[in-house]
Design a protein around this ligand. Structure first.
Ligand SMILES: C[S@@+](CC[C@H](N)C(=O)[O-])C[C@H]1O[C@@H](n2cnc3c(N)ncnc32)[C@H](O)[C@@H]1O
Length: 240
């Protein structure tokens, strides 16, 4: 009986602790598409910063394929995507149809070990969404923080996870996007003024979060480039 009470008490305490954690960090209800909540953030950030060279750790439909959509990411000229799950990468490559603007790189090891000055140097925008656990991804975040210069802006997915949150503190600056859960965080070294542009992106995300699906890349492109002639279609076009 006493053990039963103790278990119930522990569960209640856990629920209260989780509630307080979410409230303190501004964590809203989890999205129906938890693997895609970075998509609106990336569209907005790309519209504000116009990156040409994108470097990504952790490949997939909602990032690699979407970066290649010229309507959602008109400034992007090249995407270098690093993946350490061969099966997953091969599956993705069948959808890329030898697109000359993307290079998929398989790395046999922990993602943090592929991060080097050589590959980071050329990037304008870095997206970190690798590995099956936040703890493993946190190592990638720390390594990028150590290596990148003041040029790159990095977006980290799943910022609401404690390990990733702590890892992001290795950068000089952080700006979190809280309209969707899982959250994203923009991190960078150097110019603190970047925050002003990021605040503008966050405002648009907040204004549209209730009525626009996170996977509607072109819908989000319309939000951030209202003068462009874009038909809001949910699917990523085949002519990437
Ligand atoms: C969150 S996923 C990366 C998603 C990708 N960045 C995107 O936006 O589509 C993190 C890692 O999980 C692994 N993975 C394995 N199977 C997967 C699956 N069915 N869906 C997504 N990721 C998978 C891959 O190694 C991948 O890099």
């Amino acid at each position: 009986m006493r053990a039963g009470v103790t278990v119930a008490t522990m569960k209640n305490l856990e629920t209260v602790a989780k509630h307080l954690y979410c409230r303190t960090l501004g964590i809203v209800s989890r999205s129906e598409h938890p693997y895609a909540t970075h998509l609106p953030v990336l569209v907005g950030v790309a519209s504000a910063f116009q990156p040409q060279m994108v470097l990504e750790f952790g490949s997939g439909d909602f990032s690699t394929l979407t970066f290649l959509d010229k309507v959602a990411f008109p400034s992007v000229l090249r995407v270098d995507s690093y993946e350490n799950n061969l099966e997953w990468l091969q599956h993705l490559q069948t959808k890329l149809a030898d697109n000359p603007r993307v290079a998929c790189h398989y790395f046999d090891g922990r993602m943090k070990d592929v991060v080097s000055g050589d590959i980071v140097e050329a990037a304008d925008l870095i997206f970190i969404d690798d590995s099956p656990t936040g703890w493993e991804r946190a190592h990638t975040v720390k390594k990028v923080a150590r290596i990148c210069s003041e040029r790159q802006l990095t977006i980290v997915h799943d910022y609401d996870l404690p390990g990733i949150r702590v890892a992001c503190r290795k950068f000089e600056h952080r700006f979190s996007f809280t309209s969707f859960t899982p959250q994203c965080c923009a991190v960078w070294n150097g110019d603190p003024q970047r925050k002003t542009l990021l605040e503008g992106v966050a405002l648009r995300l907040q204004e549209n979060a209730a009525h626009l699906d996170v996977v509607d890349a072109r819908g989000w492109a319309k939000v951030f480039c209202p003068n462009s002639q874009i038909d809001s279609i949910r699917a990523i076009p085949s002519e990437i």
